[in-house]
Design a protein around this ligand. Structure first.
Ligand SMILES: [Zn+2]
Length: 221
């Protein structure tokens, strides 16, 4: 089963991704991590990706899709994959569908972890990270025992500049603008499932597993 997981930063996407790949026995493909790995490889694809990254340019969608198809074709992905971080735009979704079709595969379902903007802002603006080892705290939901200091190593906590004010607003604006179109694309093909991401972590997981179990796996028309 091939699944795409969509969620804003702060939506709990990473946590749900880990739980899903464990429960379903599929492989988690986070596009950012895959870029880092493949761009180190001495392959034609690795070199191509490096040439864009070195110039500080965006990697074209076809090359990203090629990278993902290569990964999906490996033996460990026989039971399916969970894509995370790609596609972000409709053009990327179309390129991915086309590439998968050529490989005799398709995306079974697209999960959107829905968390309202105000909730994301309060989650992200409460995020603090420790200087020594990047342990993550949240002053609202997961505060340190001593304010301003890491429980584990005692180092000072700081807030990332893009988790604050305008930078955060801008990042969320981009996410919601791109994502609304992407969701429309998958909704039109009956591949979209929206789940309330404001529930507790285990509740979200239980709901997702229930939906996946009953999902009609017929290929898209
Ligand atoms: Zn720490």
């Amino acid at each position: 089963m091939n699944i795409i997981l969509i969620g804003a930063q702060g939506s709990g996407k990473g946590t749900q991704a880990s739980l899903l790949v464990q429960s379903l026995g599929i492989v988690h493909i986070a596009s950012g991590d895959l870029f880092r790995v493949v761009s180190q490889e001495q392959t034609e694809l690795g070199e191509k990706i490096r040439s864009y990254l070195d110039k500080g340019e965006l990697v074209p969608d076809e090359i990203t899709v090629q990278m993902i198809l290569n990964r999906i074709s490996k033996a460990d992905c026989a039971s399916g994959v969970l894509l995370d971080g790609f596609p972000r735009t409709v053009a990327q979704a179309q390129a991915l569908d086309k590439g998968l079709q050529g490989a005799g595969q398709y995306i079974d379902m697209v999960i959107y972890l829905k968390v309202p903007r105000e909730e994301l802002i309060s989650r992200l603006s409460g995020r603090y990270i420790c200087q020594a080892q990047q342990h993550v705290y949240n002053i609202y939901s997961n505060p340190p025992k001593v304010p301003g200091l890491c429980d584990i190593d005692g180092s000072k906590l700081y807030q990332r500049s893009d988790d604050r004010g305008e930078a955060l607003e801008k990042r969320l604006n981009i996410f919601f603008t791109e994502t609304i179109r992407l969701l429309d694309y998958y909704r039109a093909e009956n591949r979209l499932v929206e789940v309330d991401g404001e529930q507790a972590i285990d509740q979200v997981h239980v709901e997702l597993m229930k939906i996946i179990k009953n999902w009609d796996r017929s290929p898209p028309k």
